[in-house]
Design a binder for this molecule. Sequence first.
Ligand SMILES: [Fe+2]
Ligand SMILES: [Fe+2]
Length: 136
Amino acid sequence: MTNQITWDDSYSVNNAEIDAQHQKWIEIHNKLDYILLKGNNAEVSKAAADTLQAMQEYVNSHFRAEEQYMKEINYPDLVVHKRLHTDFDDYLYSYQRKVRSGELVLNSELMSILKEWLLNHILHEDQKYRAFLMQN
Ligand SMILES: [Fe+2]
Ligand SMILES: [Fe+2]
């Protein structure tokens, strides 16, 4: 089972910079999903931990940039949105640590959790600031 994601224009939040960041996140996600196909050995789990760490760091910098943007447009639900970011960042960090220590093995269930969170966040939560901006 694959958890690859293909960018669709309906994901756009109408901001080229943020769309590019979401595309980069999808690219790292797909890379991680691809690593899973290579099976399970020490080399693969190191690659998985490295890629998860790269995802966590990239997503973290995306969240900071997006929060700054929401602040600039006076988005009213910034605090709630920030909380979702923080929670997900905590999950990613702990997954990365667990995969690195061998406590958790990268599997399709984890990939589908990551995929669901990514798509749900981009399509529902991030779309809210887009809608806010269109109304104002
Ligand atoms: Fe967000
Ligand atoms: Fe986002």
